[in-house]
Design a protein around this ligand. Structure first.
Ligand code: FES
Length: 173
């Protein structure tokens, strides 16, 4: 039988010769490698852009807070003395923010990115501290750095109460 691609004798009853089968599988492998290569470049680029944005915010936090305060719900959604993880989507970015009702109308809002390499920190109520799963930095209840490689405490976000609702703004320090 003749090969349907190159026209040479296949030497058996299939319509593809051995050479064309090998060329086809080489081509497929090359395409797969190119696809994976570009996929890795694309994913790497997106992750890099994300980290660059986070790093720039770390280096240049808004000094006066955001002009746009975002309503994150009524005061009753925030029990006194415990942190609630919320998110801030103003200023063109989406940031996880821990918000705690300190009682007496006072609130504190802490950015959830570790100040070492930006991993998200976790709040442990029983220990009354934030811990970073990446390299072990720790922060106390007020976000002050107490252990690990982080160079400073967690960044604060602007926060206010207006008409019974908690209003969250951008990073301020
Ligand atoms: S990113 Fe948190 S300790 Fe390194």
């Amino acid at each position: 039988m003749r090969c349907r691609i190159c026209g040479h004798e296949t030497g058996n009853d299939t319509d593809l010769c051995q050479d064309c089968v090998e060329r086809a599988s080489d081509h497929k492998e090359l395409s797969r490698r190119r696809f994976l290569g570009w996929g890795a470049v694309t994913v790497g680029g997106l992750v890099g852009i994300g980290y660059l944005g986070a790093a720039l915010r770390l280096l240049y936090p808004s000094s006066s807070g955001s002009a746009k305060l975002q309503d994150i719900g009524p005061v009753s959604n925030f029990p006194v003395g415990n942190y609630v993880l919320t998110s801030y989507t103003g200023d063109g970015y989406d940031d996880g923010v821990y918000v705690m009702n300190q009682g007496g109308g006072k609130f504190i809002a802490l950015d959830f990115h570790c100040t070492h390499l930006q991993c998200p920190v976790q709040w442990f109520q029983s220990l009354e501290k934030f811990m970073c799963p990446c390299h072990g930095s720790q922060y106390n209840k007020l976000g002050e750095h107490i252990a690990g490689p982080a160079p400073r405490g967690l960044f604060h976000h602007e926060i206010a109460v207006q008409n019974g609702h908690v209003m969250l703004g951008g990073q301020i320090s």
